[in-house]
Write a protein that binds this ligand. Sequence first.
Ligand code: NAD
Length: 332
Amino acid sequence: MRQYSTVIIGMGRMGKTRYQAMKKHGGFCVTAICDNNVELLSNYSENIYTDWKQCIDIESPEVVVVCTINAVIPDVVCYAIEKGCQVFAEKPPGKSLQDALRMKNCADQYKNRILKFGFNHRYHNSVIEAKSLIDSGFLGEVVAARGVYGKAGDLSKNEWRNDIELAGGGILLDQGIHMLDLLRYFVGDFTEINGFTDKLVWKESVGEDTAFATMKTERGQVATLHSSAIQWKHKFDVDIICTNGYIALNGLITSTKSYGEERITYYKKDLEQKSGKLGNPTEYTLCFDEDFSWDYEMEEFYDAVCGNGVVENGTVEDAVAVMELIDRVYRN
Ligand SMILES: NC(=O)c1ccc[n+]([C@@H]2O[C@H](COP(=O)([O-])OP(=O)(O)OC[C@H]3O[C@@H](n4cnc5c(N)ncnc54)[C@H](O)[C@@H]3O)[C@@H](O)[C@H]2O)c1
């Protein structure tokens, strides 16, 4: 297997997660890691840097993985692309729509570069099952969807997410973005969006603790989103209503296990009561207890880098589209 020389910029929680996934994959040779907090770089055998530009200049890697805080992502992405690297960057694609557009403009100038963003939720097992069920047409057309994604936020001062200059937004940009991306993935491109954000409990926070949005595609399909930092017991729920049936995703396997078991349930509508249960048709449920999303995501990135595939998920177009939706809700 061809190994690509790789550096990882930002070695906090996600940097470590991506490091492990890249090692496990085997197609990436991590030569260096970088973080401006040098304490995070002990216990690694790779070269270490505290300055990301130096890291890219000296290592001249083929691949750059960007796991810094939101405010730093666009500068590193654009610099790495200009230096000829293939780039994987964490979501959100910067702090704002302008940041996402800046990265798209840069990528558009270098057509032979790969740029992929870490919308890893698309690679969760229940999401993969739901997408293939939708694409099979077994349940008819998707006409509506509801997504709820929430966690218990906090106001700790040493968390960059609580600094608007570093984060760019509140729970909608931080976590709700994953649900928005999934709703686009399941339903389609939304051309209309109405929504608002609020601080319902965390009044002193710089970003919103709550966001609601209603969206519509050109074909008239509708979706709603509730993103929350005051969901005291963590929750991940998606309902997908199709012309001939229904899909529900409940729970999500993550490292904290706080979103509960990951399940997909589906049924076909049964108005002639063949099952004998009007309004309560026979349901089929699959449960998952492992999260392979980081591995599947790296596989797709690797295939794109070595020219055996394309970036299908987390494209720069996906990144801009989802940031446009968020921008419209924030501007409300
Ligand atoms: N895909 C997902 O599901 C997912 C989950 C969590 C976080 N994220 C995203 O990953 C990114 C990192 O989040 P995290 O949870 O790992 O945060 P974190 O605070 O654990 O890690 C961020 C790291 O970036 C470093 N950093 C900041 N500025 C830097 C600079 N100029 N140069 C080098 N390093 C710098 C910090 O020192 C820190 O170690 C964020 O954009 C976040 O939104 C994605």
